[in-house]
Design a protein around this ligand. Sequence first.
Ligand SMILES: Cc1ncc(COP(=O)(O)O)c(C=O)c1O
Length: 389
Amino acid sequence: MSSALMQTYARLPVTFSHGAGVYLYDSAGRRYLDGLSGIAVCGLGHAHPAVTAAITAQADKLLHTSNLYGIDAQEELASTLTGVAGMDSCFFANSGAEANEAAIKLARLYGHNRGVEKPAIVVLEGAFHGRTLATLSATGNRKIQAGFEPLVAGFIRAPRNDIDALRQIAANNPGVVAFLAEPIQGEGGVNPLDPGYLQAVREICDAQDWLLMLDEVQTGNGRTGTYFAYQGMDFTPDVVTTAKGLGNGVPIGACLARGKAAQVLGAGQHGSTYGGNPLACSAALAVVNTIVGEELADNAAAMGQVIRDTLRADPEVAGKIAEIRGAGLMLGIDLGRDCAGLVQRALDEGLLINVTAGSTIRLLPPLTINEGEARELARGVAELIRALP
Ligand SMILES: Cc1ncc(COP(=O)(O)O)c(C=O)c1O
């Protein structure tokens, strides 16, 4: 079939018509267990009544005005989200990349305000921060950058979990103004940063007057067992970005800041036509209130353990797993060998999974998954692993 689309995606041969909870249904009516949530987006599953109600009620009143005017839902969401995050202020965008663009601009302005002529941001090997020019330059993957040079300057690459390397960067680069990283790298293969490393990064940031900025686009909104991943790690960043699970499918991103970072961006220095519009904010408010009210981060922690235990229960399957990484319902099952073909085989079995970094099965099921469904997902994945030669 010819398509009028630019061929930017290698798509699987399936089209879904509707969903309910952790299940999706294709146009022929076949049911699939969704182990991916649209890549960590539909944390509340599909057709969640609270989100549907919020969207329809808002659509009945007002979809969009403009950031030229006050927006009640935006104020309420900012107040709720900063309260949950322990932050002071919030800027709304429409995607993860845009949330990170806001953080990058904030860091540069913070540097310029301190008299740094060419502010630089430390970013990590294996990072993924988005596809816009600045965020792909911050991304630590040559495949994503190739062909789009010249890259945006002002990023210094550091190895993961290596605090001595960061100390060296600090000693040799007076222009550094911020550190930006995902607490658990998602696209890079589900690679967690050590809490001890991040706490030491916090100390360096304090000593150097750098902003500690976390990209929680994928890890945020209950995914890893706490609302934000840093909330299980005993330190607080200065800036946090999030998107994906914040809107459960309605596009929204957020850049949250605290303390000295909270009021860096002023009138006219950043903006977005759609950012924080009434529709997106009403949906996100329902999402945040449901995640908090129904303690879905706790459920993510518990169901993540069920999946791990089920995968480990069969010695034959466990023997083929090199490592299980991640936290809560962000799981990377590293098989130590190429397993990209499993995605199609899973689809044939009615299971939606993903493979990242070539050898790691990535699971990101809805946070609402129950124990029976978590076991069904883990057993399905176990069968795929068992069938490997
Ligand atoms: C950690 C992280 N940051 C940023 C992004 C980019 O988000 P978006 O695709 O919404 O621009 C992603 C998307 O996968 C992500 O995982």
